[in-house]
Design a protein around this ligand. Sequence first.
Ligand code: KIV
Ligand code: ZN
Length: 506
Amino acid sequence: MSEQIYIFDTTLRDGEQSPGATMNLAEKLRLARQLEALGVDIMEAGFPAASQGDFESVRAIAKAAGDIQVAALCRALPADIDRAWEAIKEARMPRIHTFLATSPLHMEYKLRKTPDQVVDLAVAAVRRAAAYTENVEFSAEDASRSDKTFLCHVFEAVIDAGARVINIPDTVGYAQPEEYAELIRYVIANTPGSHKAVFSVHCHDDLGLGVANTLAALNAGARQAEVTLLGIGERAGNAALEEVIMSLNVRCDILDFAHQIKSEQLFPACRLLSMIIGRPIPANKAIVGSNAFAHESGIHQDGMLKHRGTYEIMTPESVGRSQSELVLGKHSGRTAVKDKLEDMGYNLDDEQITTMVAAVKKLADKKANIYDEDLEALVLEEIYRLPDRFKLCHVSVQCTDTGVPPMAAVVMEIDGEERRYAGFGVGPVDALFNAIAHLTAYAPELQQYAVNAITGGTDAQGEVVVRLCQNSICAVGRGAHPDVIMASARAFTNALNRLAKKEQER
Ligand code: KIV
Ligand code: ZN
C-alpha cells in the first residue's frame, strides 16, 4: 500500500507574497474554488493579521470552503493567533498555522530572543491555538539553518502543547536535497513524541531546488508537502505543485505515495492563476508551459510518430492540456453560456450571466470562435474586476506614417464624472498611456509591458499585462481584447485602479 501524503497549497498566502501577485477578494475566491476542484488537502488562505483586507479574504474563503482544510498563518503572538482563529472559525475544517524562527541568525538578530525564550513562545502559541482547534501546525522558520538538536527540543515541546503538524521549512532555499533529507530523517527519529505529528516540508526555490528538496524530504519521511501553483512565492518562489505532483505520478516506481490531486485540473488551475496575477506562463515551464509537450526537432517528431513513449513521459491530457475546444460562437444563447460557465466551475447569478451573455456576443462579433481561454478572460474582466475608480469609456488611436506623431484620444469616467483628453506619443501605446495617465493624474513608471495571444489564430484575443510603480507602490494590470491597443488601454487602466486602491489602503 502506498503511503498517503497531504498536499498543502499556499498559493493564496506565500504565493501572494510574490512581488506583483496580489489578488482581489473575488479572484481569491475563484482560485480557492479551483484549488478544491484540484483536490488539495489543505489550502492556506492567507495571513489574517497582516491587514484588514487579508482578514476579510481569509474569512470569506473559510466560509465558502467545502470539505477541505483551510489554514490561516499567524506569528507566535496571542493577538495574531486570535485573529487567525476569528478568520477561519467558520470553515468546516479550520487549521491554525503558527510559526517562529529557530535558526541562530533569526533568533539573535530578528527576534532578539534566547533559544529558551523561543521555546517558551512557541509552546505558548501552540497552547493558545490548540485551545481553539485540535488542528494546529507549527513551523520552525529557517529550520534548514537551525541546530538539529534544538529543532528536536522545540518540536518535542510543541507536540506536547498540542501541535499535530510540524513543518520544517527551507525558508531561504539554502538546503541541498541529500542534506535536507538527512535533516528530516534525523528530526523524525530524534523528536520524542514524533509519532503524534505529521511532518511537513516547505521549500523555497532560491537555488532552483524547491521541488528536488520536497521530493527528497517525502522520501525521508515527511508526509505533507507545502507547494504553490506555478511555484509562485516569496523571492524565487516555492516548490511548484504541478511539478511535485507529476514527479510523483510519473515516477511512482520510486516515489510510492498516494495523493488526492486530480492531475487533469493542473493546467486549468495554473492557467487561471496566470490570468489572475497577469503573469504569462513561460513557454518552457515544466508541465504547463506551451512548449512542454511540443516536439520541434525532426528526430523527435519522427520518434513520436513511431511511438509516443520515445520522447513523451506523460500525456498532455493527463495534466489537463487538451486541444482548445470550440465552446461558443455568435449564436450561442443564454443557456449555452450558463452551462459552459458551470462546466468551468463558475456558478454565476442571473445578473452576472446577463453580463457574460452580452460580453460573449460582443466578442463573437469580432472573433468567430470562442474558446475556454477566451471565456476565462471574459469572466475575470467582466465579473471579478473590483468596482473601478477609473473607467475607460472610449479610445481612439491614430498612427500613420505621414509625419504626424501617433495620437490617442481617450474618454474616461473618473469618480463618476466624464473626462476627455487627446495627446501624442512616440508610438501608439505611448500616446495612449500618456493620455490615460494625464486624465487620472498619475505619472507611473511602466516597468513591464507584455502582449500574449490567448489562443491561436490571427483573430485571437490579445492579453496585455503591465506593471506600474509610483511612490514605491507597484501594481499589475491585465486586459484582453481582440484589438491589442484596446487590451493595452484596459491593462493600463486596471493597473492604475489597483495602484489607487493600494495607495488608499496605505
Ligand atoms: O518560508 C517559510 O518559512 C514560511 C513559513 C511561514 C512557513 O513561509
Ligand atoms: Zn515560505
